[in-house]
Write a protein that binds this ligand. Structure first.
Ligand SMILES: *[C@@H]1O[C@H](CO)[C@@H](O)[C@H](O)[C@H]1NC(C)=O
Ligand SMILES: *[C@@H]1O[C@H](CO)[C@@H](O)[C@H](O)[C@H]1NC(C)=O
Ligand SMILES: *[C@@H]1O[C@H](CO)[C@@H](O)[C@H](O)[C@H]1NC(C)=O
Ligand SMILES: *[C@@H]1O[C@H](CO)[C@@H](O)[C@H](O)[C@H]1NC(C)=O
Ligand SMILES: *[C@@H]1O[C@H](CO)[C@@H](O)[C@H](O)[C@H]1NC(C)=O
Length: 420
């Protein structure tokens, strides 16, 4: 410090003082010009996006979100988020280009998929540096049971969650239920369902009249899942005594049907559709359910979710709450008694169920959140693993040889084989 003061005194009393000041000012000016030029240059890289997306100057500016790993769910939708998704808030730009803004610390948010949870390739799976104002978002549409978070570095890492779980910061459901005034009512943690007892529409009755076969099941994963297959083989056994059976379709069987044909056939021939999840996880209700609701086939659900959060009461059967014999009996009863079967469709008087609702794509909701006050608050999931894996979930992290069929536990801690 003393040296600097001495230098200053020397300069101040020097006859070249004015010259030095001018040099210093010129140097400063050059720095400013260089800085402006460089930021202008980097912002040019994403300038085209301003033109593609209707940018509104009254907004603070675009939110630029880096999808850290390639994610098939965001390739088609995320990149052209506007105008195809018709979001209300539309100043978000999704990109997989880590160099778009020069340094990745410049992105407003980073999105990580469930592949970031695993240890393999750990180094590329995570950025080495992070800015405290950046929002790290965890996204997954796979069940937590299949992809648990095991490693400690998953704790206190993510700021927001964007998953099928309804207690996520931004939920990503597979479908929405709307009431007659077109408001979204489900999925939601608490839904007040109201079902009118009025008779169902004639057009629906017509479809139901011609059905002949008991139940269809479309399987994509050939690998047998002990949990689900065990229940289904018991159900088959009981259906057999009613002279009924489950018809299994899909690539793993000799009965294949391509998408359109499948849907048409379910609607025409089948009373019930088995929408069995491949694993039990909180709120995990996959798109399988839509095979039922889109085609006027009553779904039989089986999963870890509380289905009252997702589906109108009386519109489905829940195998998890039914002994396989009782389920077989209900199928038989509905097939013999048209009025009983029609009652499963009373929900259509009060609700509609759709995979997509214009303006309500989960990416729209994410964009809204990034523009809200929420984005300014600092927070993180300190015990992320416990949140994501759920009760008992850390057990899923034990090595495979620890497990055998009898030790598989439910989300609520009970052994699954105690259910029936
Ligand atoms: C921009 O946004 C403001 C407020 O959100 C709105 O009032 C205005 O109409 C918008 N302008 C355009 C051109 O969309
Ligand atoms: C539909 O849901 C919205 C929001 O929950 C509610 O305000 C509205 O009254 C509901 N409409 C009917 C007809 O129940
Ligand atoms: C649902 O209905 C109950 C009683 O009818 C009421 O107390 C509750 O506030 C309602 N919940 C919602 C979300 O509308
Ligand atoms: C996100 O979480 C990290 C780790 O806990 C924290 O340092 C950072 O400030 C958080 N950022 C926001 C925007 O919440
Ligand atoms: C399965 O696991 C249970 C509890 O961990 C154990 O008691 C049982 O012996 C195991 N069975 C087999 C066949 O390994």
């Amino acid at each position: 410090m003393a040296y600097l003061v001495a230098l200053w005194k020397l300069l101040y009393h020097s006859k070249y003082f004015v010259k030095y000041v001018i040099y210093a000012l010129l140097f400063l000016l050059m720095c400013i010009i260089l800085h402006l030029w460089s930021t202008r240059y980097t912002s040019n890289n994403y300038a085209p996006d301003y033109r593609i997306f209707p940018y509104n100057e009254s907004n603070i500016g675009p939110r630029v979100i880096l999808v850290w790993q390639h994610y098939y769910m965001m390739v088609n939708k995320g990149k052209q988020i506007f105008p195809s998704l018709q979001c209300k808030v539309n100043n978000c730009i999704f990109t997989e280009d880590r160099y778009l803004l020069g340094d990745y610390l410049n992105f407003d948010a980073l999105i990580f998929t469930d592949s970031a949870l695993k240890q393999s390739g750990h180094l590329q799976n995570r950025p080495e540096r992070r800015s405290p104002s950046q929002i790290y978002i965890f996204t997954s549409i796979e069940s937590a049971y299949n992809i648990p978070a095991c490693e400690i570095y998953n704790d206190n890492f993510f700021n927001w969650t964007f998953t099928y779980r309804l207690d996520s910061d931004i939920p990503w459901p597979y479908f929405f239920v709307r009431n007659v005034t077109r408001d979204i009512v489900a999925p939601s943690l608490h839904v007040n369902w109201t079902i009118s007892k009025a008779p169902i529409a004639k057009s629906i009755k017509n479809i139901l009249q011609h059905k002949k076969k008991a139940a269809a099941w479309l399987v994509s994963h050939c690998e047998a899942d002990s949990l689900r297959d065990d229940y289904i083989s018991k159900l088959q056994g009981h259906l057999f005594h009613f002279s009924l059976k489950i018809d299994v379709y899909g690539g793993c069987t000799d009965r294949a049907c391509d998408d359109e044909n499948c849907e048409e056939m379910f609607s025409r021939d089948y009373f019930f559709y088995l929408a069995f999840e491949n694993s039990f996880s909180v709120d995990y209700v996959s798109e399988k359910i839509l095979h039922g609701y889109n085609n006027y086939v009553v779904p039989i659900v089986y999963g870890g979710a509380d289905y009252t959060r997702f589906l109108p009461p009386g519109s489905y059967l829940n195998a998890r709450e039914l002994h396989p014999y009782n389920l077989a009996y209900l199928i038989h009863e509905a097939m013999k008694n048209p009025a009983k079967y029609e009652a499963y469709f009373r929900w259509t008087n009060s609700y509609t169920l759709d995979a997509d609702v214009i303006g309500h794509h989960p990416l729209c909701h994410l964009c809204e959140a990034l523009n809200s006050k929420k984005a300014k608050r600092r927070r993180s999931y300190k015990k992320f693993r416990i949140w994501w894996n759920g009760l008992n979930g850390m057990k899923w992290c034990l090595p495979d040889d620890y497990w055998n069929e009898t030790s598989v536990v439910n989300v609520d801690g009970r052994h699954v084989f105690e259910m029936y």
